[in-house]
Design a protein around this ligand. Sequence first.
Ligand code: SF4
Ligand code: SF4
Length: 253
Amino acid sequence: MNNKSIENYLKMKIGIDEPFKFHCTQCGECCFNRDKEVILLSANDIFRIAKSLKLTPGETVKRYGFVYIGADSRLPIVILKTIDPMGQCVLLKENKCAVHDNKPVICAMFPIGRMLKINPEESEDTKQYKIEYLYVNPECGDDADTHTVSEWLYQFGISLEDKFFAAWSLALSKLSLVLQKAEEHFTEKTMQELWDTTLGLLYLNYDISQDFDSQFGANVEKLMELVQILSQYWDNAGQGDKSTSMSDNKGNN
Ligand code: SF4
Ligand code: SF4
């Protein structure tokens, strides 16, 4: 974070019992212009949307999502598609959200956002990570109601200590570091394979008839194995060890 981002973050930071004023007037405008402010989807968002539309996660992403590689993170990112000319969210049907009860968490929590604060000094223990909340000036609705973050999340069924969010953010941050490094070493073809694998394990490799949490746990385990293999590869490469089977180094092509 640069100084400006830190300043903005501190201005927006809100405690879980701190009051904020907001009343949604149901104008529906937040479902337009979504091409300017994209809606990022997590694996859990895609799973819930897929289940409510009776589709697989793959079909859901194909029909309603757009996938790209993040400019800074170098991670596969999935966002909701929009429809021209007004940037209407693809899931807005006849002025209603087609997945109202399973809308993406970003939509459900608005105008509250959240982030995982990771202390790099501390160990791998997930207890060392803290979810922090942000109040994003909504520039819509009115201030007829007063809420706290705890109440706001409770009414949308979102836990303050959302274990999925913590594990998801942590997995993304670890993957991002290795994928950024991988690009310095591997060819475009190998990177494409790595991105396809991570896209599948992050977002698509789920059976909607089964429990989400256990499938997410198994996928994260495989992703962390990949992180480990890549880290070992670089360690060995740094020591001049040629025994590794991953030889698709950019320098060799
Ligand atoms: S997912 Fe639903 S609530 Fe969110 S922008 Fe799309 S239509 Fe609106
Ligand atoms: S959240 Fe804001 S933009 Fe969206 S429907 Fe409510 S008042 Fe309108």
